[in-house]
Each structure stands twice: as C-alpha cells, then as structure tokens.
Design a protein around this ligand. Sequence first.
Ligand code: SF4
Ligand code: ZN
Length: 347
Amino acid sequence: MSQIADFCQSLKQDFSPRCQNPRQPVRCWSEQDILNHKVVDAYVIILRTRGCSWALSSGCTMCGYFNDSNWAPVTQQDFQAQFEHALAGYKAEKIIKVFTSGSFLDPTEIPVHLQQEFLGQLAQRAEKVSVESRPEYVTEKALSMIQHTVQSTLFEVGIGLETSNDLIRDKAINKGFSFKAYVKAAQLLKKHQMNLKTYVLMKPPFLTEHEALDDCLQTTKDIAPYTDLISLNPTNVQRHTVVEYLWKRDQYRPAWLWSVVEYLKQSQTLTDAEVKCDVVGGGSRRGAHNCGTCDAKILQAIQQFSLTQHKKSLKGLTCGCQETWRDQLDLEHLSIGSCVDFQRWRP
Ligand code: SF4
Ligand SMILES: [Zn+2]
C-alpha cells in the first residue's frame, strides 16, 4: 500500500459506523436536470449498501461516502425493502438516478440479479436511467446484461475519473485506477450505445487553486472524445478524510466559486459535452466558497448555467473578493503549503 493509501485507511480507524437502518435508502429526492436539451425533473435514489469496495480497502482522499454505508452485509430482503420505499416517493420524473455510496455495478455491493431487477423496473418508468460506477465494473458482461434489461431506455453510467492526470489521481486522490481504465470503460459504453457522465474534481488536496483550475481544464480537453456529460465536483470537506485532516490544520481551502465560474466559462471552448456543476455545501466553509457576501448570487448563476448551458448566466458577476482570488492565483505558488482562508477563518 502507498503512504497516501495507508493514511486514508488510518483515518477510518477511529470511525465507528452509525447505526443505520438497512431497510431504508440513504436518501431520495427530486431535482431538476436536462434531458434532450430540456429542463426536466429527475428522481434520485441513494441505496444503502455495505459500502464502496475501494473505501473498504483504503478510499479516496476526499470521499466520506462511507459515513453513509452500512459496513455490514445488506440482505436481499433489505435491498427490496429499500427499493420499495424509494419507489413510493417516485412522482413520474423523467430521469431516475439510482446510486449507492459506491458503485451500483459492483456485484459485492448489489448482487447482479438485484441490479437487473431494479434497473428493469426503473426502465419501465423513466426515459433515462443513470447509475454510477468505478470503471473496473463496467465490463462487457455487465453492459450486455443491462442492455438486455433496459432495452430502449437511455442508460447512463457516471464515472468519477476526477482528473485525466494519473499522477494527481494516484498521489493526491488515491483513486486506484488509471486514465486507461476510464478510456476502456468509455469505449465499452459507446459500443453499447450508453451514455457516459464523467465527474471531474475541482481542487483535490495538495494542489494550489491555480493548479486545480488548470487540471480541470486540461481534463476537460482530454475527455472530450469520450464523454457525453461532464459534472464538475468542487471538493467539499467530508468527515474522516484526508481533506478534513488538512482543512482542520489550515492546510486546505475548498475551491473559490470564482474558480468554478472561470472553469464553466472556458469549458465550452474545450468540449461539446454538456457541463454542469452541483456545488455540494456551496457557500459554507466546508464547500466551495467566496467571501460570504456574494456566494448566494454566484451559486444561483452556476445552477442556472448548469440547467441552460447559457454562458450569459455567468455574465456580470462581480464582488470585491474577486481581486483576492486573483491575487491568490498569482501568488500562492510562492508560499509553502496552503493559503490560509482568512476571510472565513474561525479560530
Ligand atoms: S470517491 Fe468513489 S471510489 Fe472513491 S472511495 Fe468514494 S465512493 Fe469509493
Ligand atoms: Zn465576494
């Protein structure tokens, strides 16, 4: 195991899983999304599984999804109860996203026959069904099974590539797969006429704000031939993670919302894919944020851009803190370690 993998693992040692109800999904909610260039409703189901296999062995430096996992086997009856519970809240949304706090296609999280049963039921109800998976579970066998199950319903797999840079993915994120593995999964999805959504991470630990922005832009160029949709995920500080360890010691600041805006403005010149961004924890100290005064306005513009893909949603945004952000981009490479988040610092 590498040192960073060891460190990720060691942070979970003091973690005691909360008592979870294996018969209830983690969460279900309705949100807006885009389908065929129109804004539609989407229903999101997060099933509770025993947890992401990668998180069980070490895990990614920014991911605290394991906080929601069961950390114990979930039986077939439990899964069926979760699924029924989830379906009770479904209100004919056109898109259904069925996620786990890991990989839906990992057979050790959800047995294949249950994947098939759930996808079959969802495909009968929605126009598009979406799951998330690490690339190692996107296999010819799995996709043939899904194709047979969902038939003509549009099917999408979201892969958390985070960055096209193998060094950053390996050393700063501890993701445990290569860009080559992502490309292989992308080609298999294309072969089966399925869509690919790629998650790009803004600001992994150990990168400056400028490096993080450049990395997202370079990644967008590199994945342009493969992906149908890009979801930019600015890191938020989750519990029991390397990111939280650094953040508590003033060695990590989540991305500025200005960096997100800059990325979105430039992204359309780099790819034909739709680009969206859902800023989890946006505006808070643990999420991507600005000075506190302009955050709500910027977050609204980002949301508007994500739904319309119109660059005009991002026009005319200004605040005094933009200068501080620019100064950070210019000067941070001269400092050692992360710039302290003075504007939102709480001793
Ligand atoms: S980011 Fe994905 S692959 Fe990494 S630990 Fe979290 S759920 Fe697992
Ligand atoms: Zn501001």
